[in-house]
Design a protein around this ligand. Structure first.
Ligand SMILES: [Zn+2]
Length: 171
């Protein structure tokens, strides 16, 4: 049982079950909570034969390669979340119509003792040559344009991203 679900949040009982890290049920008061899958987006940004990778500046996976993206906020579309994250992380304005939906991948995101299971929604976009990028330094250490032969899979943080890179970048 993870620490954050030691006690029922309604009655404080420790007599409960948490099946598959998904359905929490208190066996004393009947409280039920579903720790559902969270939606997240990642964007493969292409320019010529290169793809933009960011280097994470925060845990989890600090120092590892990532794609721009993040969690979808409540009431947002995935496309809007992608547009918002690109603005926040890279100071890039994109047209949502230019995003191409490629794939979805499940992922695990371990943040401060809470395991979130995500569904990563993968978009692709072609970037213009003159597009300027300004990094949000609190989230991203640096950004690198890499071609397929410059990518080291060991440098990639998340399993979902490894799968995506294999399928759509190293092809
Ligand atoms: Zn309870």
């Amino acid at each position: 049982m993870p620490k954050f679900f030691q006690f029922c949040p309604k009655c404080g009982s420790s007599n409960h079950k948490f099946e598959n890290h998904h359905r929490f049920e208190c066996l004393d008061c009947g409280f039920v909570y579903y720790h559902n899958c969270a939606a997240a987006v990642m964007v493969i940004m292409r320019r010529d034969d290169k793809v933009l990778f960011t280097v994470r500046n925060n845990e989890p996976k600090k120092g590892k390669l990532d794609f721009p993206g993040g969690f979808v906020d409540p009431k947002e579309s995935a496309q809007f979340a992608a547009k918002r994250e690109l603005k926040e992380e890279l100071d890039i304005d994109i047209d949502m119509d230019d995003l191409v939906l490629l794939d979805t991948e499940p992922n695990d995101y371990d943040f401060r003792d809470i395991l979130y299971r995500t569904l990563d929604i993968v978009f692709e976009i072609e970037l213009k040559d003159n597009q300027k990028i300004n990094l949000e330094k609190s989230e991203i250490q640096e950004a690198k344009w890499l071609s397929a032969d410059e990518i080291n899979m060991e440098d990639i943080g998340f399993d979902s991203m490894k799968a995506v890179v294999k399928k759509y970048v190293l092809k």
